[in-house]
Design a protein around this ligand. Structure first.
Ligand code: DUC
Ligand code: ZN
Ligand code: ZN
Length: 534
C-alpha cells in the first residue's frame, strides 16, 4: 500500500528563524508536507529518529567559489580553485549545506556576461553537483550597452539576480564611476549588488612599500591591508549606494571598523546588508604570523591568506560576534575560495612566481617540482592567491562556537545560515524555510548533545579537494548527522549517500530584502540625487 509520506522525522527540536519546538516533520515528493507534535510513523515509507537533536532548514551558503580561475600576478598564470562543482558540492552536503551560490566571473577580455554564464553553466553540468546551486556574476568590464542589453536576459532567462563588484585587485577593480554605472543598471532590475570593499590603491601602495623593505613573507599580506583599508572602501561604497538609492550587500566583512560604519548607516535608516565569514571569527594576524604553523617566516602561513585578512587580534572577533547577534550582519557565508597548498596553480604560486620574478622564467612549474621548490622557501605574499576553504566547516563552526557556546540562539543560527541568505538572494521560501507545500525538504539534523565524542578536526574528515583546512586542530562536539536534499538523505552519520546527479540549478527571484528598500524614495538632498528618478 502506498504510504502517505516518503519520510517522517521524529523526535527532533525543529528550529526555524522564528521559532523552535518539539515537532515531527513529514516529507512528500521532495517538499515539506506537514509539521505536527506527533506524526504517526506508520504513515511513512521511511522514518528518521532525531533523538532530540536540532532539525533545521538545510544551509544556504551564498558565497562560494568553485570552478573559477583568478587572474594572478606574473607570467599570465592564473590561480585555480581547488574545487569544482562536484567536489565543492560534495563537501557542502557533508557539512549540512543543501544550496550554494557561486560566481560566474567576467574577465576584462570577456565582452559578454551572458557568454560567461553559459560557459560556467557548462562546467557545472559537466561535473554535476551533490546539492542545489545557483550563480552570481562578477562584473569587471561594465560596458553600459552590454549591461542594458544583457542584465535583463540574465534575470529573465537565468534567474540571476545578484552581481559582485570589486574595489580592489588590478585586474578586477572598478573605479567609482564604474561602480555607479553597474549599481544604476542593477537598481532598475532589482539586482542585488555585492561589494568587495577594500581600497585597491592603498593596498598597491602599501604592497610596494613592504616589497621595498623586503617584508614579503606570507604574514605581511595582512600588513598590506590594515582594517582602515576596508573601512574606507565600505564608507565610500555607502556614499555611492545612498546617492543613487541602491541598497548593497558587503561581502566578507572582516573588520570591526567596517562593521561599525555599516551599523551606523543601518541605524540612520538606509538599508545596507552585510555578510561575515568563519575566518574572521576564528583567525587573527597572530595566526598568520606563526601561531598555527612553525615559524613567522614559514610559507605555510600562506594557507591562511584571504582578503580581507582577519583582524589583528580577538577584539575584532568579539565585535563581529556582536554584529552577528544584533543584526549588523544579515548573513554568514563561507567565502569558500580554496587553493591547494601544494599546487602550481594554488598557494605555491607565491613561491614559484616570486622565484620567476627574481630569476626570470626558468622556474619549473609542474607538480613534481612543487615540494622541492617549497622546501624552506618563504615566497612572496603578493603572488599568493587569496582565499581559504570553508564550505564544509561553515555550519559546524557556527554551531560549536556560536550556538553551543551561547553566543547566538538556535533561531538566529537558522536565520544567518539559511533563511536570510534565501531571502536576500531570491530563493525564499523554497529554500531557507519549512513551510508546508512551499519549501523544499532540505534539512540538516544535528546530533543530540553529548552523542558524539569531541574530536579534533583534520583535513581527512573533510570532503573538499583542498589539501588543508584553516581549522585543523580545532575541537568539535557536534557535526551534521543527516543532510536531506529535497527529501533524499544525502549524508547520514558520516556516510555520503547522495550523488553528483542530485543537485539542481536554482533560478532565483529578486531579493525579498532589498526590494522594499528600492521602493522607498528618500528626500535628503545632501545625500541623495533625488532628480535621478524624477
Ligand atoms: N574575494 C572573495 O570573495 N573571495 C576570495 C578572494 C577575494 O578577494
Ligand atoms: Zn571578495
Ligand atoms: Zn569570495
Amino acid at each position: 500500500m502506498t504510504k502517505q509520506f516518503n519520510l517522517v522525522i521524529k523526535n527532533g527540536i525543529v528550529v526555524t528563524s522564528g521559532d523552535s519546538g518539539p515537532l515531527d516533520i513529514a516529507i512528500k515528493e521532495g517538499k515539506i508536507a506537514y509539521l505536527a507534535a506527533d506524526i504517526d510513523a506508520n504513515l511513512a515509507e521511511k522514518v528518521i529518529d532525531a533523538e532530540g537533536g536540532y532539525v533545521m532548514p538545510g544551509g544556504v551558503d551564498a558565497h562560494v567559489h568553485v570552478a573559477q580561475d583568478f587572474p594572478s600576478g606574473a607570467n599570465g598564470v592564473s590561480a585555480q580553485c581547488a574545487d569544482n562543482f562536484e567536489s565543492g558540492s560534495r563537501s557542502a552536503v557533508c557539512g549540512g549545506t543543501t544550496t550554494f551560490l557561486s560566481f560566474a566571473h567576467q574577465n576584462r577580455c570577456d565582452p559578454s556576461i551572458l557568454e560567461v554564464v553559459e560557459a560556467y553553466d557548462k562546467l557545472a553540468k559537466e561535473s554535476g553537483s551533490y546539492c542545489d546551486y545557483g550563480y552570481h556574476v562578477i562584473i569587471t568590464q561594465p560596458d553600459i550597452e552590454m549591461l542594458q542589453r544583457e542584465l535583463p536576459v540574465l534575470v529573465k532567462n537565468w534567474g540571476i539576480t545578484s552581481c559582485k563588484l570589486f574595489m580592489t585587485y588590478a585586474a578586477l577593480q572598478l573605479r567609482d564611476n564604474e561602480l555607479l554605472d553597474v549599481m544604476f543598471e542593477a537598481r532598475k532590475l532589482a539586482i542585488t549588488t555585492m561589494i568587495h570593499a577594500e581600497n585597491g590603491d592603498i593596498i598597491s601602495w602599501l604592497t610596494d612599500k613592504l616589497q621595498e623593505k623586503g617584508m614579503v613573507e606570507p604574514r605581511f599580506h595582512a600588513q598590506s591591508r590594515p582594517p582602515v583599508v576596508e573601512m574606507e572602501a565600505t564608507s565610500r561604497a555607502i556614499v555611492l549606494a545612498e546617492m543613487i538609492q541602491n541598497p548593497v550587500l558587503f561581502v566578507h566583512v572582516g573588520s570591526a571598523s567596517a562593521a561599525e560604519v555599516i551599523r551606523s548607516t543601518q541605524t540612520r535608516g538606509f538599508p545596507i546588508y552585510a555578510e561575515t565569514c568563519p575566518q574572521y571569527l576564528h583567525l587573527t594576524w597572530e595566526d598568520l604570523a606563526s601561531k598555527k604553523f612553525h615559524s613567522p617566516q614559514c610559507f605555510e602561513n600562506a594557507k591562511l591568506i584571504c582578503s580581507p585578512p582577519p583582524g589583528p587580534d580577538n577584539t575584532d572577533q568579539e565585535l563581529l560576534w556582536t554584529g552577528l547577534r544584533n543584526g549588523t550582519f544579515t548573513i554568514y557565508s563561507s567565502d569558500h575560495c580554496a587553493f591547494r597548498y601544494h599546487d602550481v596553480r594554488g598557494k605555491a604560486l607565491g613561491i614559484i612566481q616570486h622565484k620567476e620574478s627574481i630569476e626570470g622564467s626558468t622556474c619549473p612549474i609542474d607538480d613534481d617540482h612543487v615540494h622541492e621548490i617549497m622546501h624552506g622557501k618563504t615566497g612572496n605574499f603578493k603572488y599568493i592567491p587569496n582565499g581559504c576553504p570553508g564550505l564544509e566547516t561553515r555550519l559546524p563552526l557556527l554551531f560549536n562556537y556560536g550556538l553551543a557556546q551561547g553566543r547566538i540562539t538556535a533561531e538566529r543560527f537558522v536565520e544567518l545560515t539559511s533563511t536570510a541568505p534565501a531571502k536576500l538572494y531570491g530563493l525564499y521560501p523554497k529554500k531557507g524555510a519549512l513551510m508546508p507545500g512551499l519549501s523544499d525538504a532540505d534539512l540538516v539534523i544535528w546530533y543530540p548533545e553529548g552523542h558524539i565524542k569531541p574530536f579534533s578536526l583534520t583535513n581527512d574528515h573533510l570532503h573538499h579537494d583542498a589539501d588543508y583546512s584553516p581549522y585543523e586542530g580545532m575541537e568539535f562536539k557536534n557535526w551534521p548527522r543527516y543532510t536531506i536534499l529535497r527529501g533524499k538523505v544525502v549524508w547520514a552519520e558520516g556516510e555520503l549517500l547522495g550523488s553528483k546527479t542530485d543537485g539542481q540549478y536554482q533560478k532565483r527571484k529578486p531579493s525579498q530584502l532589498t526590494m522594499s528598500a528600492v521602493k522607498t524614495a528618500r528626500t535628503d538632498r545632501r545625500r541623495v540625487a533625488t532628480w535621478l528618478y524624477q
